[in-house]
Design a protein around this ligand. Structure first.
Ligand code: FES
Length: 989
């Protein structure tokens, strides 16, 4: 049907189907700022303004918009002048992955048009319709309030972040070319004609002090912020291609079965269908979807399509069709007869003798015991725990349960594949691991790696969920089968069911302590449920013990993990990578021990915690990289985190000593007029790792352009964390130029150097060191040329303010150096490539504080405040680092109190929508606080450690400890739902 719509003030004519949603029509016609995050209007990423009011375009028919005025992000501002709201988002660090940003900006615009002077609560309310999984909403809210001031004509306060005042411009002195060294030029009649412009010299600034930094440590704007805030086509799905087909998957309705019969003839005959694939149509190649370095340490137990299904949501068939409607119709026409097998959902029963065997196929390998559904086992011990317990005055035991949760990135998994003009397969995908995708997929697709190119554009949040080769194989199979470009994207329900999640675990703690509070033995036993496939199964569980148990240096430590298969959707890598599962038990347990022994919980923890100079207690016995290597902790700011965090938080230490140890009755816990409410405070200390020693490798190449700017190519993948920005800052620092002179690109397997990808908190540390090494080589080459131009030794020069400076104050600009090098002297390209792998993994540390109010009548836990004091080494960019911590704490808050994947009796996931699953919205947030305790880690050129994952670790135990503090009940099972707290309160009574 014909439809005329008014979009951004222009009347436009479209041909649409009656069932076309407004979202589809807008995106099909190039309005890529309108994002798809769900199909139910819950995430709000697809918001547009309709007659000035935000609406979700995914739940509105295009025809319903007839006669209305539609506003999309594309009309707000452009590269010449951003709208003040966009400008505030950029300046305030309110953008991480940027997938939700266009919708947030539009929601803010609607608010400020109606209410130019909103309160913070008004802003939170206005943003509440847009889910953000990255930021924790703090910076977006601040940005809107700032924009409101600007739009009212007021001057907003200067932005914080420690930026020094702008330097005065340096005075220029022109000197004639003759004063410079002879540079050569075209030979005319036997004489040299110098055609270069004059070299401009400036008065030399002071030679920078060693360690004084200009770009690193500054709150620079994200290098991709401008395009993201304008909704430019930056993400995997933001492409148009002639003849592109839509790929869809048929997912299993049963948890465990053989496919007895599958008939796709009707589906294949449907007009518009180009391919229908089953296990009979694709090569049977076993692989793992875990995007890890070669060789992947876990089970190889998956096939693109198999004759057996192992969970509700497993793949049965794939279709490529001209439209999504035809593809969905074709899926319905596939006839499947299942021979159902007994399914198992309880990990405790998975290893029992009569349990059904989930992986009985002969091709799978690296599975410890198929008969017992044992994907993996991990054992390590330091000292002798048995002897340690004999020395203990007290032994404490408890069991904890942590649930399965989802990344819930607002951008679903999405992939586009096509054959290029050289018959090479191009995979444009929302991945954290483009190089692993290419290597892992090559045998699966039957193509040599050189015929595959993987492009990673901007990613709308990853959090580990895109550290998998998840849909790229099927999309590529469909392109191979049809010859057409194919686009595949999960729906939100598919994302919940068929992507990845955090491993649920049952964790037993047994701890031996002397009466004075000295730990003598610490033991953790884990039962990890890896669902139907073993992706990341081994390394996640290993991390649970390796990181969480290592915080306390008991002389005897033992860890055992059984990782079992069940017929449930598949866990995998998720931000924190096993460590949040470990710290909930460890830090709940430590709190209980301290209280029972009458010790101050913070003093007790610090007494036993590792310190600067200690050997990492478990570094010799387990590592994802190289085992048997002792790592010394060179920087540990944990004590300062505790001290500064407690002071800033208002930690009520006095209430606990000596009489308050059992939960006390001090006044601050009660709320006048509301006797049913009780307040409490809790704390948890945590540590993570920074990259995987001897395994994680990053590389960078840098070249000087003829205007003095630099191209920095990295294989590292910025998944919204701001890593491109911090890597560019490091390059700029070494090369003596502002950030704007660095053009950074990540990543494309055809022309960026290898990088293991974005995981394990490694990018700033590993890829950053590679960038620094490459930049140092480029700097040396610049100095060589500049030294010759200035007639001085290269070793005496330093780079600053886009120039190379000699000690006598003479200088040449980087542009002059580039022109000299490219067009005159040696005629060579100044460039370098470098790579880096680390022998160590310096841990970041943190103290996480939480304050809660518990409703004793309903069991409802309201988290009022969270504060994290974190030692993450030197902060390269405060804007992005604050956002990482705030966003991480928000995800961790969901883990603590509400997020959970819940199943029906047949193993079918019930929480397949955002509102069923429940992630926090802007108006529901507690107050968030972050303190950086900046140690300078000597193993990195700029002293950095990691900050991305550690915010995931401490919130759940701190909240649980706060609930204990408030109402005296210990909840050992996450999340802390009202039902659990209510029951615990009743049981206690
Ligand atoms: Fe909001 Fe990523 S910045 S979802």
């Amino acid at each position: 049907m014909d439809l005329r719509l008014n979009i951004n003030g222009q009347e436009r004519a479209f041909q649409v189907a009656p069932s076309d949603r407004l979202l589809d029509v807008l995106r099909r016609n190039g309005f890529f700022g309108v994002k798809h995050g769900c199909e139910t209007g819950e995430c709000g990423a697809c918001a547009v303004l309709l007659d000035g009011m935000p609406v979700a375009s995914c739940v509105m028919l295009a025809a319903q918009a007839k006669g209305r005025s539609i506003t999309t992000i594309e009309t707000l501002g452009d590269r010449r002048a951003l709208h003040p709201i966009q400008e505030a988002f950029v300046e305030n660090g309110a953008i991480q992955c940027g997938f939700c940003t266009p919708a947030m900006v539009l929601a803010a615009r609607a608010l400020l048009d109606a209410n130019p002077n909103p309160s913070e609560a008004d802003v939170r309310d206005a943003l509440s319709g847009v889910l953000c999984r990255c930021t924790g909403y703090k910076k977006p809210v601040e940005a809107v309030l700032r924009a409101a001031m600007v739009l009212r004509g007021e001057t907003p306060p200067p932005l914080g972040g420690g930026r020094p005042p702008e330097p005065e411009p340096v005075p220029w002195i022109e000197i004639p070319p003759a004063a410079g060294p002879a540079l050569g030029g075209p030979e005319v009649g036997g004489t040299l004609t110098i055609t270069r412009p004059a070299i401009r010299l400036v008065v030399a600034p002071e030679k920078p002090e060693e360690g004084l930094l200009n770009v690193v440590g500054q709150p620079e704007k994200k290098v991709d912020a401008a395009k993201l805030v304008q909704g430019k086509p930056a993400f995997a799905d933001d492409v148009e291609m002639r003849g592109m087909l839509v790929g869809k998957l048929l997912l299993s309705p049963v948890a465990h079965a053989w496919i007895k019969r599958i008939d796709v003839s009707k589906a294949r005959a449907l007009p518009g269908v180009h391919a229908v694939l089953t296990y009979q149509d694709v090569p049977r190649v076993v692989f793992t979807t875990a995007g890890q370095s070669h060789p992947e340490p876990g089970p190889h137990d998956q096939f693109s399509l198999d004759k057996k299904v192992r969970f509700v949501g497993d793949r049965v068939a794939a279709v490529a069709a001209k439209t999504e409607a035809i593809a969905l119709q074709a899926l319905e026409m596939i006839e499947v007869e299942y021979d159902e097998l007994l399914a198992i959902f309880d990990p405790r029963k998975a290893m029992e003798p009569k349990a059904p065997v989930i992986h009985d196929e002969p091709e799978s390998w690296n599975i410890v015991d198929k008969e017992r559904n044992l994907a993996g086992v991990i054992d390590f011990e330091v000292g002798n725990v048995k002897e340690g317990f004999k020395q203990a005055d007290h032994v404490f035991e408890a069991e904890y349960t942590v649930q399965q949760v989802q990344h819930a990135a607002i951008e679903p998994h999405v992939c586009v594949t096509w054959w290029d003009e050289d018959d090479r397969l191009v995979i444009r995908t929302s991945t954290q691991v483009p190089f692993h995708v290419r290597r892992i997929l090559a045998p699966v697709l039957g193509l040599p790696p050189k015929r595959i190119r993987v492009i990673k554009p901007r990613i709308g949040g990853g959090f580990g969920g895109k550290q998998e080769v998840l849909i790229e194989d099927i999309c590529a199979h469909l392109t191979i089968a049809t010859g057409h470009p194919v686009r595949m994207e999960y729906t939100r329900a598919e994302e919940f069911i068929a992507s990845r999640s955090r491993h649920p675990m049952i964790v037993k703690m047994r701890t031996g302590v002397k009466s004075d509070g000295t730990l003598v033995a610490n033991e953790m036993t884990v039962l990890s449920n890896t669902g139907a496939y073993g992706t990341h199964a081994m390394t996640v569980a290993g991390n649970t013990g390796h990181k969480a148990l290592a915080l306390y240096k008991a002389p005897n430590i033992k860890f055992h993990a059984d990782i079992v298969y069940t017929n449930l959707p598949v866990p995998g890598a998720m931000r924190g990578y096993g460590v949040p599962q470990g710290f909930f038990p460890v830090e709940s347990h430590m709190e209980d021990i301290a209280r029972k022994l009458g010790l101050d919980p913070l003093e007790f923890r610090l007494k036993n915690a590792v310190k600067t100079g200690d050997e990492h207690p478990l570094s010799r016995v387990w590592s994802e990289g190289r085992e048997g290597h002792a790592e010394i902790i060179r920087t540990c700011g944990l004590a300062e985190c505790v001290e500064r965090g407690a002071a800033a938080f208002g930690w009520r230490l006095s209430d606990r000593l000596p009489s308050g140890l059992e939960g006390g009755g001090a006044d601050w816990r009660t709320i006048p007029g509301k006797p049913y409410l009780r307040r409490g405070q809790g704390v948890a200390l945590v540590m993570q790792g920074t990259a995987i020693p001897y395994l994680d490798m990053g590389a960078a190449s840098i070249k000087l352009n003829d205007d003095g700017s630099f191209n920095v190519l990295v294989g590292a993948t910025d998944l919204g964390t701001g890593s491109d920005t911090v890597l560019a800052q490091m390059a700029a620092e070494v090369l003596g130029c502002p950030l704007e002179d660095i053009i950074i690109y990540s990543s494309d397997t055809d022309f960026t150097p290898f990088d293991k990808g974005a995981y394990a908190s490694s990018t700033t540390y590993i890829s950053g060191t590679a960038v620094v090494k490459a930049a140092q080589q480029v700097a040396e080459q610049i100095k060589e040329v500049a030294g010759a131009m200035l007639g001085t030794s290269a070793s005496d020069l330093y780079l600053r303010d886009r120039r190379a400076w000699a000690p006598n104050g003479r200088s040449v600009s980087l542009e002059e150096v580039a022109l000299e090098s490219l067009h005159h002297r040696d005629q060579r390209q100044i460039m370098a490539v470098a790579s880096y792998v680390s022998p160590e993994s310096p841990p970041p540390f943190a103290a996480q504080f939480a304050e809660v109010t518990v409703d004793t009548e309903t069991g409802q836990v309201t988290v009022d405040r969270l504060l994290m004091a974190v030692d993450s080494g030197r902060i390269v960019n405060p804007l992005t680092a604050f956002g990482q911590v705030e966003g991480g704490m928000t995800q961790a808050l969901g883990y603590a109190v509400c997020e959970e994947m819940i199943y029906g009796p047949r193993g079918e996931l019930l929480t397949t929508k955002f509102d069923d699953y429940k992630i926090f919205r802007a108006h529901e947030m507690p107050e968030l606080g972050t303190i950086f305790v900046e140690t300078v880690e000597p193993s990195h050129p700029f002293g950095v450690k990691a900050v991305a994952e550690i915010p995931m670790d401490g919130v759940a135990p701190a909240v649980a400890n706060a609930v204990l503090d408030a109402v005296g009940v210990r909840i050992r099972e996450l999340p802390l739902t009202p039902e659990k707290v209510w029951w615990a309160l009743r049981t206690k009574l």
